[in-house]
Design a protein around this ligand. Structure first.
Ligand SMILES: Cc1ncc(COP(=O)(O)O)c(C=O)c1O
Length: 401
């Protein structure tokens, strides 16, 4: 055996996509203890339906422990419950159109397996939920960013892009959109834009992936039909989750759409179906009928927190920082004046123990330093008020310098 050990490196073994993937950066080195994080869209842990989940767990284990603790299929009752919920929202949800997954993030992660070859074109919103978009990039997609305004995705810009791509002989694989209580802007697409988007999808033969993670959490205004409920020709894949309405730790999400897509997503979901234990517990909880009452409680609580944050912003922020008032969801999006940088403000704010998500973390193309996403969902009321007051003084100081 040679005495010289060759300089082998573990990362030389990585596939190209694993070598290229960048660890997340948050635009600032956090050196201080953070007392108020407004960064992440986390559900309020005080609102988890803990007692009811405990009761459902006991009932499931008492009645069916040997079966649910073994390998096995996802609870057929959960499929049934979900199917009924979706049908009441006008979405076709027969069994062959539904796939239950480990969180909706799993479905978003499977999309590249089914749809993307390196170089394929995908349309996304700018800004968007980078947790999803990053996966399209990692698969080598050519990602085209379409602007979002206070009425959601700019559907006229989608049309212009589709026309342009068609001239080049390019058919995009899908359009990823969050039409209701958008992450990060909080905007909701009106019916007219929704109808046009669904019509464009059919005209150009492009799939629309509708991410409806926050759709149940409307605290102002009238509900607007989902894209999936408007879709008669099968060009919408609807994706949602119980993470915001029950608890993210249960990791239950789903996709609903064309059976051929569902079949392929299931084939790439290589660890198999979502386990019987958690799915039976959630099915049992849903069957008690308590979910809808719980959602009403969540809506009241998040409405209160959102109003608290908006009132504090009106009191504390310079008047040229414009907060977008959401009708639901978890976030307030603030547009900054031209002389302010979200990344620089984050660095200064974190020195005072407050963090938020700079807009740059919501764009795939480096834009977004002119906006901040503030999550009101997670922090208790007094911390929201404290955090906004601190951020307000940072913004005013920033203006002076
Ligand atoms: C828009 C959007 N989609 C999907 C997800 C993923 O949710 P989960 O995987 O917990 O279902 C999130 C989580 O924050 C989100 O904001």
């Amino acid at each position: 055996m040679s005495a010289i050990t060759p300089a082998y490196r573990i990362d030389d073994l990585f596939a190209d996509r694993a070598r290229k993937i960048a660890p997340p950066t948050y635009g600032t080195e956090l050196t201080k203890i953070i007392t108020v994080s407004l960064t992440y869209g986390l559900a309020d842990p005080d609102l988890f339906p803990q007692a009811d989940i405990a009761a459902a767990t006991t009932a499931v284990l008492t009645n069916t422990a040997p079966a649910v603790l073994n390998y096995g299929p996802t609870s057929p009752q959960l499929y049934e419950q979900l199917s009924q919920r979706l049908q009441t929202q006008g979405i076709r949800a027969d069994r062959d159109r539904l796939l239950i997954s480990y969180g909706s993030a799993q479905i978003l992660g499977l999309l590249p397996d089914v749809f993307i070859e390196p170089g394929d074109v995908v349309l996304i919103e700018g800004p968007s939920f980078l947790g999803a978009v990053g996966r399209f990039f990692n698969a080598g997609a050519k990602v085209i960013t379409i602007p979002v305004d206070e009425l959601g995705l700019d559907v006229d810009a989608v049309e212009a892009t589709l026309i342009d791509l068609k001239k080049q002989g390019i058919r995009p694989r899908f359009i990823y959109t969050i039409p209701t209580f958008h992450n990060p802007t909080g905007s909701t697409m009106p019916l007219s834009r929704r109808k046009k988007l669904v019509a464009l999808a059919a005209e150009y033969g492009v799939l629309v992936v509708e991410d409806d993670a926050y759709g149940d959490l409307r605290f102002h205004g009238e509900s607007v039909p989902s894209l999936a409920s408007l879709d008669e020709e099968g060009w919408v894949l609807y994706v949602s989750t119980f993470s915001k309405t029950i608890a993210p730790g249960v990791r239950i999400g789903w996709a609903c759409g064309d059976p051929a897509i569902i079949e392929r997503l299931a084939m790439f979901k290589s660890e198999g179906p979502v386990g019987p234990f958690v799915s039976h517990v959630i099915a049992h909880y849903c069957a008690t009928g308590k979910l809808d009452t719980h959602i009403q409680e969540l809506i009241a609580a998040y409405r209160h927190k959102c109003n608290l944050m908006l009132d504090a912003i009106a009191r504390e922020f310079p008047s040229d920082v414009i907060a977008v008032k959401p009708d639901g969801g978890f976030f307030v999006w603030c547009k900054l004046p031209a002389d302010m940088s979200a990344k620089a403000i984050l660095t200064a704010a974190s020195e005072h123990g407050v963090t938020f998500l700079p807009g740059t973390r919501c764009y795939a193309n480096g834009q977004g330093d002119d906006a901040m996403r503030l999550a009101f969902s997670f922090q208790p009321s007094e911390k929201i008020v404290e955090g906004i007051a601190t951020l307000g003084s940072v913004l005013r100081e920033f203006r002076k310098s």
